[in-house]
Design a protein around this ligand. Structure first.
Ligand code: TYM
Length: 335
């Protein structure tokens, strides 16, 4: 039996943080043997907000190397760079022409990011979800493992599939495959460590708000020591009045691979002075092997270049087949 297809991606905007790891990459790694996986570095998405051309290529390598360092295996997965497969832009254009403008205007992430950009909001930022739909649909993905914040984009992708197939295909022979989001409850929304009501984010101007996968042990210690807490005695989960407490306990629970009950039994009588060193140690020990693997991969540039080259070859074969099907359905001359 053919394995189900998985596709997901991360933007090369700086470093990856614990939210990206726990909401996405760790889940990709855990289930990769079950599926036929395509993981891309979505560098076309990275320029939807102002970017630095002198760091884009380096950031792209960083994310690809982090995929490998976190445990993505080439035995089960293809790693590639989005901009190296021209079909992504082509399908995005074709889908643009069937996407109602108001579907995009109501996207929460667009509204949030647009506020930050003021008058400089680009058409690309508005169009971001259509490019994301193209990423997913080109690979005929069955499943898309992402964090909670991507749910609305996945719904838009699904709506586009219905719209395209209704207009240009038949129920017996659909052209676009319907994908399903794969959002695990655990780790799907990791919060900022300086404000437990905001999600941990690469675009937060303060680096103190997140733990990056490549932060040194010293920096991790400083960041967790500075992390926002409260003066209440005892630690527990799920208290809306204590978002920081829930977030830090959740980080500890997931990274130490303990159950909620185990963590409650261990930590309920602790103060922050006792709990924080435990959390610091757990984060450092989780990231240590990832960091050491990352630096050895980065020391071999040719190895990484070859992986991305092979990934591009494999990805473009699959993507071009879908693009041809879509163009045929739209009535284009054969190329
Ligand atoms: P990006 O780079 O912003 O985020 C990458 C992944 O990390 C998840 N994530 C989080 N999960 C839990 N807690 C957080 N605080 C947190 N912050 C981020 C995101 O949900 C995502 O899974 N639009 C995508 C990139 C993309 C994509 C795609 C994903 C482009 N094309 C096709 C899947 C399929 C994004 O926001 O990436």
């Amino acid at each position: 039996m053919n394995k189900k297809r998985v596709l997901s991606g991360v933007q090369p905007t700086g470093n990856l943080h614990l939210g990206n790891y726990l909401g996405a990459i760790r889940n990709w790694v855990e289930s990769q043997e079950e599926y036929d996986n395509f993981f891309c570095v979505v560098d076309l998405h990275a320029i939807t907000v102002p970017h630095d051309p002198t760091t884009l290529a380096e950031d792209t390598y960083t994310i690809a190397a982090l995929y490998l360092a976190c445990g993505i295996s080439l035995e089960y997965s293809t790693i590639f760079v989005q901009s190296q497969i021209s079909a992504h832009c082509e399908l995005a254009w074709l889908l643009n022409c069937i996407t109602p403008l108001n579907w995009l205007e109501r996207m929460i992430q667009f509204k949030e990011k647009a506020i930050k950009q003021g008058e400089n909001v680009s058409v690309g930022l508005l169009d971001y979800p259509v490019l994301m739909a193209a990423d997913i649909l080109l690979y005929e993905a069955d499943l898309v493992p992402v964090g909670e914040d991507q749910k609305q984009h996945l719904e838009l992708t699904r709506d586009l599939v219905v719209r395209f197939n209704d207009k240009f295909a038949t129920p017996e022979a659909p052209v676009l495959k319907m994908p399903n989001p794969l959002i695990r409850e655990e780790g799907a929304r990791i919060m900022s460590i300086t404000d437990g009501t905001k999600k941990m984010s690469k675009s937060d101007p303060s680096d103190w708000s997140r733990i990056n996968l490549l932060d040194s042990p010293e920096l991790i210690e400083k960041k967790i020591k500075k992390a926002k807490t409260d003066p209440i005695k005892g630690l527990w989960f799920d208290d809306p009045e204590r978002p920081e407490c829930d977030n830090l306990l959740t980080l500890y629970r997931i990274l130490s691979q303990k159950s909620k009950t185990e963590v409650i039994n261990e930590c309920q009588d602790m103060g922050w002075g006792q709990f924080k060193p435990l959390l610091i140690e757990t984060i450092i020990e989780t990231l240590r092997p990832i960091q050491s693997k990352y630096y050895s991969i980065r020391a071999e540039q040719t190895y990484l270049d070859n992986i991305l080259k092979q990934g591009a070859t494999k990805a473009s074969t699959v993507a071009n087949q879908t693009l041809t099907k879509v163009k045929n359905a739209l009535g284009y001359l054969p190329s």
